[in-house]
Design a protein around this ligand. Structure first.
Ligand SMILES: [Zn+2]
Length: 216
């Protein structure tokens, strides 16, 4: 029945690819297969010494750091991030999270992690926007990787309070846990560094960092 309803609504309101505006088939979600395969991948993501992890050398003690896509100001990755961040395209956020999960599940250091935490938005910004885009990515990723997301709103607010300074509110919940911190795109890494340092104050906590895209 659901399938039938989906098909009908697709006839009335056809879904278009967010990158090229082509009509999507029933199997495609948000982005057509052609555009998906053309997305510039961050080639080095399976290698522990990649340029994302190198960004944090001497700044954060990490178990693993990686991204899946390569961001630039004139490629489709930028369009995708824009849709997720400003156009309320929640479906695309979750789908891209699954894509990210299918890549990261190949990395043993990440599959043994306990919990996924999306980097918190400034509370004021989250109220304005109504959602946190990194949360969508984390949700999709957890569906593939199996770890819990601590961003289900109420729990997550107890974990971390975001302002200019990050603070872990209930460190006992994260004690001795391996946390994967999720961001949509890493540029300078400054926000990750600030949030990561707050998390690393928790006793026995191990930290990894994963983002959908990276600007190199
Ligand atoms: Zn397309």
């Amino acid at each position: 029945m659901n399938k039938l309803l989906n098909s009908l609504s697709n006839l009335l309101f056809p879904n278009l690819c967010v990158c090229c505006d082509a009509y999507l088939t029933f199997q495609e979600e948000a982005i057509c297969d052609l555009c998906y395969h053309r997305l510039p991948k961050f080639e080095n993501y399976l290698n522990a010494e990649n340029s994302v992890s190198k960004k944090f050398w001497g700044r954060l003690k990490l178990e693993y750091a990686s991204s899946y896509l390569q961001f630039s100001s004139n490629n489709d990755v930028r369009n995708i991030l824009h849709e997720i961040k400003y156009k309320e395209n929640h479906n695309l956020g979750i789908e891209m999270g699954k894509v990210l999960g299918r890549a990261m599940i190949k990395i043993p250091q990440l599959t043994n992690a306990d919990v996924i935490i999306p980097i918190p938005l400034h509370p004021k910004r989250e109220i304005e926007r109504g959602y946190n885009q990194s949360n969508l990515i984390a949700l999709g990723m957890s569906q593939v990787m199996g770890q819990i997301v601590s961003a289900d709103k109420k729990r997550y607010e107890r974990f971390i309070n975001s302002s200019e300074i990050f603070k872990v509110v209930t460190p006992q919940v994260l004690k001795n846990k391996h946390v994967i911190l999720i961001d949509d795109v890493i540029t300078t890494g400054a926000t990750i560094e600030a949030c990561g340092n707050a998390l690393l104050e928790v006793e026995g906590l191990k930290l990894s960092v994963v983002s959908l895209a990276v600007a190199i």
